[in-house]
Design a protein around this ligand. Structure first.
Ligand code: GDP
Ligand code: MG
Length: 198
């Protein structure tokens, strides 16, 4: 559990908003350990592969979009989740390859869940106060739909440990992940806090 890993991508809007440091700070201060990081420009095909690592993603995301329309009293453009995801994926390919991104691997206890919690839910307009998406941007599904683009929500984070393993393998080579100790891990994980008092 202490070595759980998750992938974070600061999306092109996060880079353009000059939020690289702010985003990293929020994950870093939890005690999670940064074990890999790179800046890169993704191809549209890479983005499609990335969002296809979870075979359920298309169904779940389409349903989530349909539910969001209904909750606002709006009629979804299709009742078929897969049709909605196809539209979202087309916009995502463009958005995520529109400029440089920063990809990172964070490691530590419950890394996937901790990172999701700090990131906030998908739509910034309704993300919790205190989360990255809730605090640092203002986009909404409605605005994104009006302008026929993906929701700009600053970061991607893996949805599960299974997805994380596949996404990390897609974005990083084995040798790019660094095994090292952080002194603070003793405080986070050791059974006894020995050696503090002199
Ligand atoms: P995440 O795990 O919270 O990032 O959300 P998902 O995995 O469900 O969706 C991936 C990305 O697609 C999101 O981060 C958004 O950028 C975009 N997206 C998801 N759902 C919608 C939607 O209903 N409309 C639009 N325009 N974009 C969406
Ligand atoms: Mg996701």
């Amino acid at each position: 559990m202490k070595s759980e890993r998750t992938l974070v991508i600061i999306k092109p809007d996060g880079i353009q908003r000059a939020l690289i440091g702010e985003v990293i700070k929020r994950y870093e201060r939890t005690g999670l350990k940064l074990v890999a990081m790179k800046m890169t420009v993704a191809t549209e095909d890479m983005i499609e592969t990335h969002y296809s690592v979870d075979p359920n993603w298309k169904m779940v995301t389409g349903q989530k979009a349909i539910d969001a329309y209904r909750k606002k009293g709006m009629v979804p453009p299709s009742e078929n989740p897969l049709e909605l995801t196809a539209i979202i994926l087309k916009k995502l390919r463009k958005y995520m390859s529109s400029g440089p991104v920063v990809a990172m691997v964070w490691q530590g206890m419950n890394a996937v869940g901790v990172v999701r919690k700090i990131t906030g839910s998908t739509e910034p307009l309704t993300s919790d106060v205190g989360s990255i998406r809730g605090d640092l941007t203002i986009d909404s599904y409605q605005m994104a739909d009006t302008d026929e683009r993906a929701v700009r929500n600053l970061v991607h984070t893996s949805g599960s440990t299974d997805d994380a393993a596949k996404e990390i393998a897609l974005w990083f080579k084995d040798g790019e992940l660094i095994n090292y100790k952080l002194v603070q891990e003793a405080i986070l994980y050791d059974v006894n806090l020995d050696g503090i008092l002199e």
